[in-house]
Design a protein around this ligand. Structure first.
Ligand code: HCA
Ligand code: CU
Length: 345
């Protein structure tokens, strides 16, 4: 399975109710994501505030080794120009396409008007280069709320934007409210692939309102999506989106070849630290049911024959993950604080 990770902890994750990242925290998170090796880091629009703009510029100037920098902006000329000035490698354009959003979110009502506006912005971006590397900018066009949009509307929009100049690098498909199910995701991604051809990437953005975000991302990859949006611990609006660690766990468990490919491409041993960094920054604990890095992930009570005595680490053969692959020291997870609980009756 060949795909890239677009981590949007510093954009979607910033919209998590308890997130208020200061500049130093954003820089530590960007460096940690780069050390882990995510392919892209998506940042909040420079138009959102003067601080967002300064932070976007500062993160571009870090000269990260592995991760390219994107910023996420509305599909307008003003936003696109601001994005180019920050020094990003690529621009993630977004516009609302569902009838729910069109009426109150971005204000444009019909699909041909959306296509005309998007084409003008894309034409402009195709004349621009990354101000740091001199390379052409990567351009993505996404339709917010794609799973509540008329599929034909989105397809004709993707066709139109991908016909501008030599085409764009990716189209984005967003499950903005988390209503998608795996089979639907599979069908939509296949249909988008038929529409945009083999050259254009497909990015998918999946919210987790019903707990399906990891399963949906896995299915999207099976269907041919090339870019998956994640955040550390899945933080984002409401219940968040596909979590980076969860997606990695799901793929790692899918086959030994996939596990080897992931170990090769990403620094999996940095996952526990990366999650702790973000958990601390937003003031939450790593969730008890988190794949791999939960303090409970490798321990249990031995069962009825041992009178449920004590909490012990399971033998390596009992589960899917080699702890060492994820930098987990056995004692770190085997030792849990058991506080006595008195229940008054
Ligand atoms: C937003 C909404 C978004 C965009 C996703 C995308 C969503 O905050 O603008 O650009 O593909 O969930 O629809 O996060
Ligand atoms: Cu989102």
């Amino acid at each position: 399975m060949n795909f890239s990770i677009i981590d949007t902890t510093l954009r979607e994750g910033e919209q998590f109710a308890d997130a208020t990242f200061d500049s130093a925290t954003k820089i530590s998170i960007a460096k940690a994501l780069d050390a882990f090796g995510v392919d892209y880091i998506e940042l909040t629009s420079p138009v959102a505030s003067a601080q967002s703009r300064a932070d976007c510029e500062a993160i571009c100037r870090l000269g990260l080794e592995r991760s390219k920098i994107l910023t996420h902006v509305r599909c307008t000329m003003e936003d696109a120009k601001a994005a180019v000035e920050t020094g990003v490698d690529g621009v993630n354009l977004v516009i609302g396409t569902s009838s729910f959003l069109r009426t109150f979110s971005h204000g444009i009502k019909d699909t041909s008007a959306i296509a005309a506006r998007a084409s003008a912005v894309i034409e402009y971006l195709q004349t621009q280069r990354c101000t740091r590397t001199g390379k052409p900018l990567e351009i993505r066009f996404s339709s917010e709320d794609a799973f509540r949009s008329e599929l034909n509307d989105i397809l004709s929009l993707y066709r139109a934007v991908n016909a501008v100049g030599n085409g764009i690098q990716r189209v984005g498909v967003a499950d903005t409210v988390g209503c998608a199910t795996p089979r639907r995701v599979y069908d939509v991604v296949r249909t988008v692939r038929e529409t945009v051809g083999e050259e254009c990437g497909i990015e998918i953005h999946l919210h987790n309102d019903t707990g399906m975000a990891i399963a949906n991302a896995y299915t999207a990859i099976e269907a041919g999506a090339t870019h998956i949006d994640t955040t550390v611990l899945g933080i984002g609006e409401r219940n968040g989106i596909t979590s980076l660690g969860g997606l990695i766990a799901c793929l790692y468990a899918s086959s030994p070849e996939q596990a080897a490919a992931l170990k090769n491409k990403y620094n999996l041993t940095l996952l526990p630290q990366l999650e702790r960094l973000v958990a601390q920054a937003v003031g939450v604990a790593v969730p008890w049911m988190n794949p791999v890095t939960s303090p409970y992930a490798f321990v249990h009570k031995p069962g009825p024959y041992d009178a449920f005595e004590g909490v012990v680490a399971q033998p390596e053969s009992a589960h899917l993950f080699r702890r060492a692959d994820f930098g987990i020291v056995e004692t770190e997870n085997a030792v849990m604080q058991r506080l006595p609980v008195e229940i008054a009756v």
